[in-house]
Ligand binder design. Structure first.
Ligand code: FAD
Length: 481
């Protein structure tokens, strides 16, 4: 394509809600006038319909994108093919461009849209705007996909051509006449809930490209060079907090990847930075797994786990969801999630292990709850995270690894600050008992104003017994060939 001011190009924004380093937008800006469009797909399958927290984020991210586009963004909801076809006709556009998505239903939908548009003489072009290495390009020597992270990342990815360097914001964006932003159209997506549960979330996050850039810069200034250890401490802001921004594409992984390498010399030789870059690699690996094994969102990667008989207990599930298990580090994590839309990575692993192993509840229940409550809910990272915890995934934690929530708390929340933040009813407890209040002598509990079972729950399971029950149950899987 070459610049032709009379040429009209639809840019279909999806999970790339930014104008810098946006390959589809740059291509359109270089070749004609742009018709920026966002469509809420009403035909998305149930498992992909956005959860409450993600909806809130998307609303604000679209407002921010629209501002960056001088308040020129068409917002619609419905069937993307018919909407794109209508807009093409309305504006006499003959090309649609977008950045690729990787959830299985999105891949087949987009392929179909491409075919149908072409039948109507509308060009459709897709580009990579969300991954450092696209899954189809990384295979083992025998042409099969990797199943283990380290060889995938170190051999499969790092030895290939370096990821694309980020593009600058288009120097000129000629937005087609007649394109306007309508707040009513945004409101018709019904992304903001009627009950205002998001006030605390609103105070902590800044959805949009500018918010993402600020987070990345703050991480580089304050936390990147202490990442390796600090990333395990839930009471410390030791991670980048970029995950919702990355999910909605307000920043690309390429921008994060090269910002780190631009800010520090020899990033790969620095343990903290190397670990951070490899976490971006884990994000890639999650997308890779979802691409090559599209059923991992709901099917065990390791089919042996299909024989596992999970417990079903609505009461235990509810206690876990709302942070009332009586185990402080678990309750702090689940309350953090519910109140802020985020949970620290270490705590995600600990609460996941508690659900799947101590309570023996199916990992899919946890995956669903996270999907609804996480601001960064992401089909690829969430399903691979849960399968990792359960032991059923590719390169997963072994089934006999049951996180001990007391030891995890004592190691990573030594002073109990994190627990006290989210379980304020325990804030007077001495450090010695903060992760196991049930072991505190009666007089100490009384002096701290805590009656277990009234002010704070008694544990819903015995940690030792439930660990043994899990090990026995999971050991039976070993026998299955
Ligand atoms: P940082 O430590 O700053 O890492 C930088 C980026 O690397 C993250 O923003 C994220 O994009 C990526 N990343 C880091 N760790 C992982 C990982 N283990 N797997 C994949 N990508 C990773 N992450 C999501 O983005 N969405 C989810 O829905 C999600 N669900 C999870 C469920 C479980 C059970 C577990 C154990 C992990 C899950 N994760 C998920 C991964 C991880 O917890 C978050 O990405 C991380 O906590 C986000 O915080 P951060 O941006 O400060 O991360």
């Amino acid at each position: 394509m070459s610049l032709n001011p009379t040429k009209k190009i639809i840019v279909w924004f999806r999970q790339d809600l930014r104008i810098t380093d946006n390959p589809a937008l740059s291509l359109a800006a270089d070749n004609g006038s742009i018709i920026p469009v966002f469509i809420l797909d009403d035909d998305a399958p149930a498992e992909a319909v956005l959860g409450g927290a993600s909806k809130w984020w998307l609303h604000h991210s679209l407002l921010s994108l629209s501002k960056s586009l001088s308040n020129k963004l068409i917002i619609r909801r419905g069937n993307p093919l018919s909407i794109l076809s209508d807009i093409a006709e309305e504006f006499s556009a003959d090309t649609v461009v977008w950045n690729r998505l990787y959830e299985p239903w999105q891949r087949s939908r987009d392929e179909n849209i491409k075919t149908e548009l072409k039948k109507n003489n509308i060009n459709a072009k897709s580009l990579n705007g969300s991954l450092l290495w696209e899954p189809m390009s990384v295979l083992k020597k025998d042409e099969t996909p990797y199943k283990v992270f380290t060889p995938y990342y170190r051999k499969g990815c790092l030895t290939r051509q370096a990821p694309r360097f980020p593009l600058t914001k288009p120097a000129q964006m000629d937005i087609a006449e007649g394109v306007e932003f309508s707040n009513d159209a945004l409101l018709s997506l019904e992304l903001i809930p009627k009950i205002e549960w998001y006030k605390e979330i609103e105070a902590q996050w800044e959805p949009g490209e500018e918010g993402a850039a600020n987070r990345l810069q703050r991480f580089i200034n304050d936390a990147a060079t202490s990442y390796q250890d600090a990333r395990n401490l839930p009471a410390v802001k030791g991670t980048s907090l970029l995950s919702p921004h990355l999910h909605f594409g307000e920043v690309s992984p390429n921008q994060a990847w090269y910002a780190i390498q631009g800010a520090f010399e020899n990033a790969f030789d620095n343990k903290d930075l190397d670990v951070y870059l490899s976490e971006l690699g884990w994000r890639e690996f999650s997308y890779y797994l979802l691409f090559h094994w599209p059923e991992i969102q709901h099917k065990n990667f390791n089919a042996k786990f299909d024989h596992f008989s999970w417990r079903s207990s609505v009461d235990d599930l509810k206690a876990w969801q709302f942070g009332n298990t009586g185990v402080p580090i678990i309750d702090a994590g689940m309350r953090e999630l519910y109140q802020t839309g985020y949970m620290h990575n270490r705590i995600r692993m600990v609460v996941g292990s508690f659900l799947v192993k101590n309570l023996l509840i199916d990992w899919r229940e946890g995956e669903r709850w996270f999907w609804d409550t996480l601001l960064d809910a992401d089909m690829a990272s969430n399903s691979s995270g849960w399968q990792w915890v359960a032991g059923s995934g590719a390169d997963a934690a072994p089934y006999f690894r049951v996180f001990n929530p007391i030891l995890q708390g004592e190691k990573f929340d030594k002073e109990g600050e994190y627990v006290k933040q989210y379980c304020p009813e325990l804030k007077k407890l001495p450090k010695k008992f903060i992760h196991k209040p049930w072991e505190a002598p009666a007089e100490i509990l009384k002096a701290c104003g805590i009656e277990l079972g009234k002010d704070y729950p008694k544990p819903i399971v015995d940690l030792k017994e439930s660990r043994k029950r899990a090990l026995d149950a999971f050991a039976q899987l070993k026998a299955i060939s």
